[in-house]
Write a protein that binds this ligand. Sequence first.
Ligand code: SAH
Ligand code: DHB
Ligand code: MG
Length: 222
Amino acid sequence: MTQPSFAQIDHYIANLLAPADPALTATEQSIIAAGMPVISVTANQGKFLHLLALLCRATRILEIGTLGGYSAIWMARALPEGGKLTTIELEPEYAEVARKNIAMAGLSDKVDILVGKALEVLPQLEAEGAGPFDMIFIDADKPPYVEYFQHALRLSHPGTLIVADNVIREGQVLDTGSTDEKVTGAQRFNNMLAAEDRVTATILQTVGAKEWDGMALAVVKS
Ligand code: SAH
Ligand code: DHB
Ligand code: MG
């Protein structure tokens, strides 16, 4: 047979191990219906985040960038009774779509959506003494990823897992002359990560149903 594509294999894996269910399907459909950007993590990436949350034995999860709640649902499903996922979203209309999707998934008691600019909400969380979080997923706008990571560190404990989506951008991170602020944001983030002594980190390339990209994984050291 001809060489299958990354997308075909992604669907093969998803059909086996991350099959859609009514809440996830309705979440994806709600994003399209509302004319929101179709940039949720893929099903397999959602399952991966779910596994990571289980590995962390997470009871407190922080997400920066909610969109329609798709990744939040995958991660919140890994929380035990009494666990909490806090997710930050800039756009009130998106937060409202997410709120409905999270309710449909039966997770309203486990998920708090905070509406506002992450760079304003994160200091408020710190001031309130929120956290420490066991897992933090950074997936909002790309230029301030370094700043998001510095806030994440302040909301962490030794062993916290910090995950950052979209740090490879179809390989454009190699283009040192790039003027795309999503690319330069990722470059700045990856360079910071390499120099940051308080964590140990790697980056996994992500291929499949969506464009070629990468997820950074960083564990806060003792
Ligand atoms: N994590 C989601 C996808 C997030 S897409 C999932 O995989 O299901 C990125 C989201 O970040 C968008 O909803 C966008 O509105 C939001 N965002 C962009 N800039 C932001 C900011 N400054 N503060 C908070 N959220 C922001
Ligand atoms: C974009 C943002 C994302 O979080 C993502 O996963 C894919 C694309 C974007 O803004 O282009
Ligand atoms: Mg993303």
